[in-house]
Ligand binder design. Structure first.
Ligand code: S3P
Length: 170
C-alpha cells in the first residue's frame, strides 16, 4: 500500500531575497525533515538558470513551469517547501495551497533592495529596483496574505530565529 498523502509540513511564500531558502533549511533541520525549493526544481528540470529561462522562453513559459513544479512538490514532498516569489500569482496554485500550513515571510523595501542587490541576478528587478519592488509588492501582498496562515518578518533576524518564529506562528 502507498503512504497516505500528507502534504508539506510547512510552505514558505514571500518575495525574492526574503530568506525562504535559508529559513526553510533551518526549519527542516529543526523538524528533522528535508527541504525542497521549487526554483531549484525548475532549474534542474530546464538545465539552465531561471534568468536564462526568462530570456530564452519568456516569463509566461517560466510561470507554467513554476505551476507544474509547485503542483508536483505539494503532491510529493512531506518536508519544508519554499516557493518562488511569484508562484502565488497563479490562481490554481493559490487554490492548491488552501488548507496547507503556509507562512508569508516579509521584509521592508530598504532591506529588500539591499538583499536582492547583493544576490544572484533577478530578472524582475533589473531596472528601477525600488520602484519595481513597490509595484510587485502592491500586486502580490494581498495574494501572499490570502494563502497564508501567518506572516513573519525576517528583518534583522537569523534564519534560526525566523524558523522558530514560523513554528510559533503555526
Ligand atoms: C520570482 C522570484 C524568484 C524566481 C524568479 C521569479 C518572482 O524566486 O522564481 O526569478 O517573480 O518573484 P525567489 O523568490 O526564490 O527568489
Amino acid at each position: 500500500m502507498s503512504e497516505p498523502v500528507t502534504g508539506p509540513a510547512v510552505v514558505l511564500v514571500g518575495p525574492m531575497g526574503v530568506g525562504k531558502t535559508t529559513t526553510g533549511m533551518a526549519l527542516a533541520e529543526r523538524l528533522g525533515t528535508t527541504f525542497r525549493d521549487t526554483d531549484a526544481d525548475i532549474v534542474a528540470g530546464a538545465g539552465k538558470p531561471i534568468s536564462e529561462i526568462f530570456i530564452d522562453e519568456g516569463e509566461p513559459h517560466f510561470r507554467e513551469l513554476e505551476r507544474q513544479a509547485v503542483a508536483a512538490a505539494v503532491r510529493d514532498h512531506a518536508g519544508v517547501l519554499a516557493l518562488g516569489g511569484g508562484a502565488i500569482l497563479d490562481a490554481s496554485t493559490r487554490e492548491l495551497l488552501s488548507g496547507l500550513p503556509v507562512v508569508f515571510l516579509e521584509m521592508g523595501v530598504a532591506e529588500a533592495v539591499k538583499r536582492v542587490g547583493l544576490d544572484a541576478p533577478r530578472p524582475l528587478l533589473a531596472v528601477n529596483p525600488r520602484q519595481r519592488w513597490r509595484e510587485l509588492m502592491a500586486e502580490r501582498r494581498p495574494l501572499y496574505t490570502e494563502v497564508s496562515r501567518a506572516v513573519v518578518s525576517t528583518e534583522g533576524r537569523t534564519p534560526e530565529d525566523v524558523a522558530e518564529a514560523v513554528l510559533d506562528a503555526l
